[in-house]
Design a protein around this ligand. Sequence first.
Ligand SMILES: [Zn+2]
Length: 273
Amino acid sequence: MQRDFTLNIYMKLLQALKVKKYTTQTVLDFLLNPQNKVVILRHDVDRKPKNALIMARLENSLGVKASYYFRIVPESYNLEIMNKIAELGHEIGYHYEDVDMVINNYKLRIRNDEDYQKLVDLAYENFYKNLKMLRENFDVKTVCMHGSPRSKYDNKIIWEKYNYRDLEIICEPYFDVDYNEVFYLTDASRAWNNNKVNRRDRVNSDFKFDINSSKEFIKFIQSNNSPLKIMLNVHPHNWTNSMIGWTIIGLWQFIKNIAKRIIIKQSESLHNA
Ligand SMILES: [Zn+2]
């Protein structure tokens, strides 16, 4: 099996974008001043913040800026690393999962609409508290939800009742980007836009491109058929140059993808019932 998701391939990918005159922008920069031919570079740091720092340094060496979204959990949140990434000129944002957090913290059971409203209220309070904490160190202006694949509730349900704009958040990419204009590509589950394993990391879009590997993406960019605007969601924990690291991630992902397929099948059959 040929190795994908190595930092060498990631570097080649960034270089291919440069050759084809794509500008790279953070989510915030794109919102404020969208470029014509652009790749919006977004990183959800689900875990392994050290990988994020390596990626941030690599991008910096190529003059590229990206948005790094951190969770408020020990496997993601690392102030020292976040500071270093911010110093390299990258954007720091909040990768929120407050709905899932309050369900676990309060051991909430949702039996009726009243319980559901309580969940939304508590999740908003939790979101507010975490955002405030992040803002003690970083000027957070954009946020994006974490998929929480095992949770029954989507973390975005907070916004059924509340508005993040009231908290001076100017962008949540799931809501504020037009995916018929911007082609969305994610490496979630190490499977480039694989809806069989991506339960929540999906968007509605008319774009239909089949991309199954980083090499295919590079060829796609070189083909002159790629859209003018692309959002690339790259999870740093998926990428490594170490052979041992690569084997462990590959095995772990294989097991997780089987579990996720089962969850998706179950939720689809519930939905169809
Ligand atoms: Zn995530």
